[in-house]
Design a protein around this ligand. Structure first.
Ligand SMILES: Cc1ncc(COP(=O)(O)O)c(C=O)c1O
Length: 394
């Protein structure tokens, strides 16, 4: 696909998210060895970049190429990701007597989830850096997206996935030509297996936040939310958090747009929803030092939320604290109920992760943690069609 973008990136460095030590932008880096924390891409924010320049940009996330890490547009690997629709859930809010709420529908992305954003940017950067093989531990969606973008780029791909993941997530990887490894356990067990496979470091490890580029793709959700809402941000954003790249990425976008002079005024409260089966954020919010010993992670119907020990925990907590947000967890029954309600009332079959944001909105509105006057945006992060194996029909 040919694409017309800004002929440059404003990226200048990779920076440790903790101590801010700078690493060279041009070399292959994974995470910040200085603090064992994620690396983030930093840009020259004093560059003259106007919102009006977006008028001439493509109708995909690559419209923000000046704030993405790819240097040469020829390396862009795109399947048409981004610029997903935002619409009100009128039927549901009328039924519940709640104030209007917006849904940004990421199921419209290639491979049916928002993971396409991160993997389009990470695989583009991998191609630019001359990488020939990638590996990923995944709860499902990220594996399919990596497989698709690697297929398009001609890059080898190995996906390590929990065995209990619905069949379609496995089949799509195989159809895209990836090498699929199944593991008994959750994503942290897959990460362990991926490390073993990559013992000689011949793969580029695309694990969540263990390389800096997926975050850049995910942050484009924040740019789009601002642009699609005419640069007036919502008061509250509700996001289904697993590894946290979306949560951290959207917040990064808001901070960048402030520095670029694209937005002003208060930023949204960022609310992270998890499954009660695996809710490390809840425990870490209460006890940052000992949270890992406070819970036993279980699989969930919302596969993407089963991330017991996220590498980006410190960054996620910082977003919740700084934005005045919070984390909450929902039962499996509530999540399934949310999927069914939205399907029956709105005609949308959304991912269980996305349905969790709707149920969280209902809870928080009833508890007056969200006021009727507040503008709220939910993220549906994926397509419900990939999860059909998770439901039993009686
Ligand atoms: C549909 C869906 N929603 C949410 C998540 C969680 O995303 P993140 O790890 O960026 O927090 C995932 C991760 O697999 C997912 O597939």
């Amino acid at each position: 696909m040919t694409i017309s973008t800004c002929p440059f990136t404003s990226a200048i460095a990779l920076t440790c998210s903790s101590c801010k030590k700078a690493y060279p932008f041009s070399s292959i880096q994974t995470f910040a060895l200085c603090c064992n924390q994620p690396l983030v891409v930093t840009y020259n924010y004093s560059v003259k970049l106007s919102k009006a320049s977006l008028l001439h940009q493509p109708d995909s996330l690559w419209r923000y190429a000046a704030m993405l890490p790819v240097i040469d547009p020829q390396h862009i690997v795109t399947l048409g990701e981004g610029m997903t629709p935002v619409y009100p859930l009128h039927k549901m809010t009328n039924r519940y007597g709640l104030a209007d709420v917006l849904l940004k529908d990421e199921s419209c992305n290639p491979t049916g989830s928002f993971k396409a954003r991160g993997l389009s940017v990470a695989v583009s950067k991998a191609k630019e850096l001359g990488i020939t093989k990638c590996i990923i531990p995944t709860a499902g969606n990220a594996g399919g997206a990596l497989a698709a973008y690697c297929a398009n780029a001609g890059i080898g791909c190995t996906v390590v996935m929990p065995r209990h993941t619905p069949a379609v997530f496995k089949q799509e990887c195989l159809l895209y030509g990836a090498n699929l490894v199944l593991v008994d356990g959750l994503i942290h067990d897959c990460a362990q297996k991926a490390m073993e496979i990559n013992a000689d470091k011949c793969y580029f490890d695309v694990s969540t936040l263990k390389e800096p580029y997926r975050l850049e793709g995910k942050k484009t959700m924040g740019y789009e939310i601002a642009e699609q809402l005419n640069w007036q941000l919502p008061d509250v954003i509700i996001y289904p958090a697993g590894g946290g790249t979306g949560l951290i990425g959207i917040w990064k976008a808001f901070k960048e747009m402030q520095l670029l002079g694209w937005i002003d005024g208060p930023l949204p409260r960022m609310i992270a929803v998890q499954s009660a089966q695996c809710a490390p954020l809840l425990y870490a919010q209460k006890d940052i030092r000992h949270w890992k010993s406070h819970f036993t992670p279980q699989p969930t119907i919302a596969n993407g939320l089963a991330v017991p020990y996220p590498f980006g925990m410190t960054m996620m907590l910082a977003v919740l604290n700084e934005s005045g947000g919070m984390a909450l967890a929902l039962s499996e029954a509530e999540i399934i109920d949310g999927v069914k309600e939205i399907a029956r009332n709105e005609g949308l079959l959304i991912a269980p992760e996305g349905a969790a944001t709707w149920k969280a909105y209902v809870h928080l509105s009833r508890n007056h943690a969200i006021l009727p006057s507040e503008k709220v945006l939910l993220l549906n992060t994926g397509s419900g069609y990939k999860y059909l194996d998770n439901y039993s029909y009686t």
